[in-house]
Design a protein around this ligand. Structure first.
Ligand SMILES: [Zn+2]
Length: 476
């Protein structure tokens, strides 16, 4: 079986046939760096990180481009409100986003362009559109003429006649049609001079949609394989990207992929609604690897309703996998059969069901279910002392986790990290408390023994007495 992807434009699952054999070119709309990232933001990066990793694992030479939008109305407004230059505000938040991506093991893109670094490409694209009769300049603004392009609406299956102008569009007599969208915005009185770039039609700054088409052209050429982004970007952003590129004579994207939202209280997580969970806050409650698991285990097209209970449950599921990997590695060693046993060319050997799941539109729920099943078998092998079976399960599980960026023995999740040190100290302190409890019981001071247990419980450490002695685990 080979890779099949749900193409939003075709509204169907299609076989992935790349433009050039053995190569895959991908463009994903990145973030507008107006504030620190919440988990809805990083879900998109993680969804396409799974695509990136699976294409690479499937032996494609991948060119992956994800941009930063570093100039727009919100950035200008927030920078002004905070009394800092817009570019300083954008850069500070770009760094926060990059830190979040790194913390969650999102592979770096091949190229990560910023909108403001591609003004000449945007001017060139606007000139082409004007020359072909698909755009017009008025008072320094440049608009795309939607009526000039019969295909407008094709990406989202809408007819121009059914489309209403966006609710926030001001009536503007200078536009040929109220649905015409801005490619370029003329510099306005009171806006910083540093946010105005010269063009043949006057100084100004890019409209949001234009930048992605310009950067695609710069890094991937006139036609490329996969365009990705969040579901909310389908319209108008992606419709507009496709219209302006195709009207300019470029074939543009061959497949469109859209990831689902993270919702909170049933609403899309968004800064404007104020219902966000910032990445920095969530990684205080679960480890980054657990947040990664939480966000990639559901299918990328489904919505994730964020709740504390679901986050805790997901983290517990990851810890079951991790616990097997650590115990098995202690028993049979983490090398050998573990993770890196490959075919003659050195590739990982993956469970057929796991590969089939990812080939089927990146079906991570089925892929993760395969991992849990092998973990169950591995745990049985651990309890029966079948070391060959333990080694086999460990190798298989680590290979699959490696593909998803979730191998707990990967040094990136532990090497010298404060988490590791902290968990050693926690282990030591809980063991010390349990020894004192045993000592209290031995001298028949049951009140003291119970008090120790109650205090551990109140700290989120549950204790279970077994014939081999007390066992404990973190319950939250
Ligand atoms: Zn875009």
């Amino acid at each position: 079986m080979s890779l099949r992807l749900y193409d939003t434009a075709a509204r169907a699952v299609r076989d992935f046939t790349p433009l050039r054999a053995g190569r895959a070119s991908v463009y994903v709309c990145g973030l507008t760096v107006q504030g620190p990232p919440h988990i809805g933001h990083v879900r998109s990066a993680l969804a396409f990180d799974v695509l990136h990793r699976w294409l690479a694992e499937s032996r494609y030479e991948v060119t992956y481009v994800r941009n930063f939008t570093d100039i727009d109305d919100k950035i200008l407004a927030k920078a002004e409100a905070h009394g800092v230059p817009w570019w300083a505000w954008a850069y500070e938040n770009e760094r926060a986003v990059t830190r979040a991506y790194d913390a969650l093991a999102v592979l770096p893109p091949t190229y990560e362009p910023r909108a403001t670094g591609h003004i000449p490409e945007m001017v060139e694209l606007m000139q082409r559109l004007i020359d072909r009769g698909h755009a017009y300049a008025v008072d320094g603004d440049v608009y795309f003429d939607v009526r000039s392009f019969p295909e407008y609406g094709a990406l989202t299956g809408q007819k121009l006649d059914d489309l209403q102008p966006a609710a926030d569009t001001e009536t503007d007599d200078r536009k040929r049609d109220p649905r015409d969208f801005a490619l370029w915005k003329a510099h306005k009185e009171g806006e910083p001079e540093t946010a105005a770039w010269p063009t043949p039609w006057g100084a100004g700054r890019p409209g949001w949609h234009l930048e992605c088409s310009a950067m695609v052209g710069r890094y991937l050429g006139s036609e490329f394989d996969i365009h990705g982004g969040g579901l909310d970007l389908r319209f108008p952003h992606h419709e507009n990207e496709q219209a302006q590129s195709r009207a300019a004579g470029d074939a543009f994207a061959r497949y469109w992929l859209h990831n689902g939202w993270v919702t909170l209280g049933g609403e899309k997580m968004s800064k404007s609604l104020g219902n966000t969970a910032l990445v920095d806050e969530v990684v205080q409650r679960v480890r980054p690897v657990e947040l990664r698991y939480y966000l990639i285990a559901p299918h990328y097209r489904s919505a994730i309703e964020f709740t504390d209970a679901a986050l805790a449950e997901s983290a517990a599921a990851y810890r079951r996998i991790e616990s097997f990997v650590r115990r098995a590695a202690e028993r049979v060693g983490s090398g050998g059969a573990a993770g890196r046993v490959g075919d003659a060319a050195g590739a990982r050997v993956l469970c057929a069901e796991f590969s089939a799941a990812l080939d089927d539109d990146l079906g991570t729920p089925a892929a993760v279910a395969v991992i849990h099943e092998i973990v169950r078998q591995g745990n049985t092998a651990l309890s029966t002392g079948d070391e060959a079976a333990v080694a086999g399960a460990l190798g298989s599980v680590r290979a699959m986790l490696g593909v998803l960026g979730l191998d707990p023995l990967d040094p990136r999740w532990s090497a010298g990290g404060s988490d590791e040190r902290l968990s050693q100290v926690t282990d030591g302190l809980v063991s010390l408390a349990l020894e004192q409890r045993q000592a209290a019981r031995a001298r028949k001071d049951f009140a003291a023994a119970d008090a120790i247990r109650d205090q551990l419980t109140s700290l989120g450490v549950s204790v279970e007495d077994t014939p081999q002695g007390p066992r404990w685990e973190l319950t939250r």
